[in-house]
Design a protein around this ligand. Structure first.
Ligand SMILES: [Ca+2]
Ligand SMILES: [Ca+2]
Length: 521
């Protein structure tokens, strides 16, 4: 895959775009992306079958499964999910159609979530051994399932030996691996994610923007970058295929005044470019997906030579909102604009990473008021979007859970999964069907997306386009049977895929039962 490496080309658009960054972070709709002309998308107007950016590389771009390791499958009866449990369930993962798994942190950590690591080179004893891990990777690859690991580079645990040494001894070589207050520091300043940024140590005050148990590493120290590359290479040599990069924008975005600042975004992106270059020396096709919990305008710079993809948080909220309200918005137009922007900044080398929820967000079924039909519609929206579609474990069986976080990370209900597997109308089988659609129709997994209008806002509709292939996706968001004229530019298309045998198409009008979906070809 070719990837532009010009680190020094001018980025004047970033400055020009500064004024709209914050607006784009809070609203979906009339926003402008960097490089767009006022009043419209850069690629021209959003007409039917308008410009669709080919939003995928050569890589398989199907669906990945996010596994919260502690909650997924307990193989030895101690009540804690573990690596051998995941290995046990790889046939389930394969049969659902997933092409990869993302494991939340597997390393020793004092916290249940594991995002405060005390040893990046080891396996948490609750989860098993290094041999268990190597077997998991082997067995996954034998089933054509790729494995990506969470990597936390913004901070360590306050109990990590590096930090213990740094905090006790100001003369330690590890001292500068972290960030320390000086005499001019306002020790009561807030961090970029709320709460206090500075915390007292045995000697001095250290930066910890998430909480005192997570001291921020110093990204300006080259030894920190070298160490993170060494860690990632260690796991690549164990066979992993890539990483999900936690809190990726917070390396340099530590304080509210740094939020959304182009200069800060560029420092972050430059750090991750150097990180990527270090990994590509040993694994040219390494896959990196970043957690940049922000608007597409902030994500853009990371797609310029640093990440393959970043999670599309804006789209996640929009898809769930559509399923919840039953009202379609022109998602084809909005996503195609974002992709046109990503295409420009990445030199054409980007994927999207789409999802409905993750381990930090309320579960979809709870957001949808426990409504199974709406959950099916949400799944249909997600799994017809371009990019890798990430499914958080348990969403496929409609597990519920609202914050606090432990409710989002409850043990997988395998008895429900078993019951749903036997029921053709279950949510699980809907997910399985939709994931397999992406394999049958390459334009669903890769390719671009473009606007389509039916005049019926209870049915979501959009084009999916890859090369010469053009598919029209229809998703009924309502509890009624809906009839939609598909329009002149869909004349001659037939039903290629449908979630129900009761979907009909005649005389240019499609009829969809409640919450059902179809693809016309
Ligand atoms: Ca266990
Ligand atoms: Ca930081």
């Amino acid at each position: 895959m070719s990837r532009r490496r010009d680190l020094f080309r001018p980025r004047t658009w970033l400055v020009a775009a500064g004024a709209v960054l914050l607006a784009a972070a809070v609203v979906w709709g009339p926003f402008r992306l960097p490089g767009e002309r006022p009043g419209g998308a850069a690629g021209g107007q959003a007409g039917n079958a308008g410009r669709a950016v080919d939003a995928v590389g050569e890589r398989d771009s199907n669906a990945f499964y996010e596994i919260f390791v502690r909650a997924f499958r307990d193989s030895d009866g101690d009540g804690i999910g573990d690596l051998n449990g995941i290995t046990e369930k790889l046939d389930y993962v394969r049969d659902m159609g997933f092409a990869g798994i993302w494991l939340t942190p597997i390393h020793p950590s004092p916290s249940d979530h594991g995002y405060d690591v005390t040893d990046y080179y080891a396996i948490h004893p609750d989860f098993g051994t290094m041999e268990d891990f190597e077997r998991l990777v082997r067995e996954a690859h034998a089933r054509n399932i790729r494995v990506i690991l969470d990597l936390v580079a913004n901070h360590t645990s306050s109990r990590h030996p590096w930090f213990l040494e740094a905090s006790r001894n100001p003369d330690s070589p590890k001292r500068d691996w972290y960030v320390w207050a000086d005499e001019n520091t306002n020790l009561s300043a807030a961090g970029a994610v709320g709460g206090r940024a500075w915390h007292p140590a045995a000697a001095g005050h250290y930066l910890g923007i998430f909480w005192e148990g997570m001291p921020d590493l110093n990204p300006d120290n080259p030894e920190v970058l070298e160490e993170m590359i060494r860690i990632a290479r260690f796991w690549l040599e164990k066979g992993v295929d890539g990483f999900r990069l936690d809190a990726a924008k917070h390396l340099y975005e530590n304080f509210p005044h740094e939020t959304g600042k182009p200069a800060v975004a560029e420092k972050n992106a430059a750090w991750w470019r150097a990180f990527r270059a270090g990994l590509e020396e040993v694994r040219p096709d390494v896959y990196l997906v970043g957690e940049v919990w922000d608007a597409p305008s902030v994500i853009g710079p990371f797609l310029d030579g640093a990440f393959d993809a970043a999670f599309n948080f804006d789209l996640a909220g929009r898809l769930v909102a559509m399923a919840k309200s039953g009202e379609a918005v022109d998602i084809g137009h909005a996503v195609s604009r974002i992709h046109a922007y990503y295409d420009r900044v990445s030199g054409g080398a980007f994927e999207d990473a789409v999802f409905l929820s993750n381990h930090d967000q309320n579960r979809v079924m709870s957001q949808l008021g426990g409504h199974p039909g709406r959950a099916k519609a949400a799944a249909a929206l997600l799994l017809t979007m371009p990019g890798k579609a990430y499914v958080y474990y348990g969403e496929e069986i409609g597990m519920e859970g609202m914050k606090p976080d432990e409710n989002l990370r409850r043990p997988m209900r395998w008895e429900i999964a078993e019951a749903q597997a036997a029921d053709p109308d279950s949510l699980l089988n809907r997910y399985r069907t939709l994931i397999h659609w992406r394999k049958k129709e390459p334009a669903l997994a890769g390719g671009g997306i473009a606007s389509h209008a039916t005049g019926n806002d209870r049915v979501a509709s959009y084009w999916r386009i890859r090369g010469d292939e053009r598919l029209l996706v229809l998703v009924n968001l309502s509890a009624e049977t809906e009839r939609v004229p598909v329009g002149e530019d869909a004349a001659g298309l037939d039903i290629a895929l449908a979630t129900s045998t009761d979907v009909r198409l005649s005389d240019g009008v499609a009829e969809l039962p409640p919450f059902e979906a179809a693809v016309l070809k």
